[in-house]
Design a protein around this ligand. Structure first.
Ligand code: NDP
Length: 341
């Protein structure tokens, strides 16, 4: 076995039995205290990092959930009542402390209003302009120093982060190779501009397939998955290559017994590889965020960027919608629609 031996409660993949759906009284506007807002959820965001907040995670960079409390994450909602002069009834808001409830009351700290009449849908604030897209921008542009003509390999290329990496890299003249887990996903990643896309589940010799797709080697590996794909990527990196450590979803449910042991770690030395891990929340107050919003919203409005949302309807379906991410059963950025505007 390799990996840490942190004691676990859910020490493998969480199941639907680890969630509970409850009917409770809705909060009322009379219950609002100073600075609180009453929000009705429109969309909730299913993100892999939520696994890190569950008991038993060995990979967390955020505080754990309290069992029995609603899950909290990114969302978009409509303000139904406000005790904060900065927010009014009818405002559409987004933030990362949305509770997985139909309605919730919360201190509005960190909630931001979504511009109205921008021609961008509410769900897009979790998608094309949301946290995973920004993570794509940070990992590729802010930390990987991409140059036209270089080759980038992206894992989970059809997903929330991956599809944006592909398009940002193409726009900068890179040769883009995607890894994806189904033929439909492969077709989609090609349709958004990737030069070559490999179905890593059906390809028998993945190393050979990557070498064929990247005759000049890999300059940048955008790492979303970890495990065996990381190991194979290491063997295909060019000297002085860069790896953007965004995530390692294949290991989020691993136990010390099942964690993948990297075999090619010495390639980091031999090939002088720089690996830069990052967490997107560190970048919202930097100029990178403004640059991201400017570039991506302009390109999205003019149709130069497409973004695939994968919508599940109904709050009660949210637990399975989240678990699907760890089986590759989402196709695009997974959101849960809770109610209509
Ligand atoms: P996705 O929308 O890409 O959904 C997850 C995808 O991961 C699945 O669809 C599947 O795609 C792939 N996957 C799941 N399990 C495995 C496995 N065992 N082996 C290989 N692939 C697997 O998720 P996101 O785009 O939201 O997140 C991608 C990564 O980025 C995650 O690791 C996440 O934790 C990380 N992240 C990090 C951030 C940061 O700040 N550092 C911010 C946001 C995300 P397929 O069918 O192609 O295998």
């Amino acid at each position: 076995a390799c990996g840490s031996t942190t004691p676990s409660l859910i020490n493998s993949a969480p199941t639907i039995a680890d969630f509970q759906v409850e009917t409770v009284d809705a909060p009322t506007k009379e219950s609002l205290k100073d600075n609180q807002i009453l929000v009705r959820n429109l969309y909730l965001s299913c993100d892999p990092f939520l696994r890190g907040r569950m008991a038993g995670s060995r990979n967390s960079y955020v505080a754990s959930f309290e069992p029995g409390n609603p899950i909290e994450g990114f969302g978009v909602g409509i303000v139904e009542a406000s005790a904060n002069p900065d927010f009014s009834e009818g405002d559409i808001v987004t933030g990362n402390r949305f509770l997985w409830e139909t309605r919730f009351v919360i201190n509005s700290l960190g909630f931001v209003k979504v511009p109205s009449g921008s021609g961008i849908s509410a769900a897009s604030y979790l998608g094309v302009l949301g946290m995973p897209s920004f993570a794509a921008y940070v990992g590729l542009i802010s930390i990987s120093n991409p140059k036209a003509g270089e080759t980038v390999l992206v894992s989970a290329a059809s997903g929330a982060v991956g599809q944006m990496v592909v398009q940002l890299a193409k726009a900068r003249g890179l040769h883009v190779i995607g890894l994806a887990g189904s033929d439909d996903k492969v077709d989609f990643v090609k349709s958004i501009g990737a030069d070559a896309v490999i179905n890593y589940k059906t390809t028998i010799d993945l190393d050979a397939a990557i070498k064929q797709a990247a005759p000049n080697g890999i300059d940048i590996y955008f790492e979303n998955v970890g495990g065996e794909l990381f190991d194979i990527a290491l063997k295909n990196m060019n000297t002085f290559g860069r790896i953007a450590g965004c995530g390692m979803i294949s290991q989020y449910n691993a136990t010390p017994e099942t964690a993948y042991c990297i075999k090619n770690i010495m390639e980091i030395v031999i090939r002088r590889i720089t690996i830069s891990g990052f967490v997107v929340s560190d970048y919202y107050t930097k100029p990178d965020y403004k640059n991201f919003i400017q570039e991506v919203s302009a390109k999205f409005k003019e149709g130069a960027i497409t973004y695939k949302l994968d919508e599940v309807v109904g709050l009660e379906k949210a637990p399975q919608a989240l678990l699907d991410l760890f089986e590759g059963n989402n196709f695009g950025k997974r959101v849960v629609k809770v109610s209509d505007i």
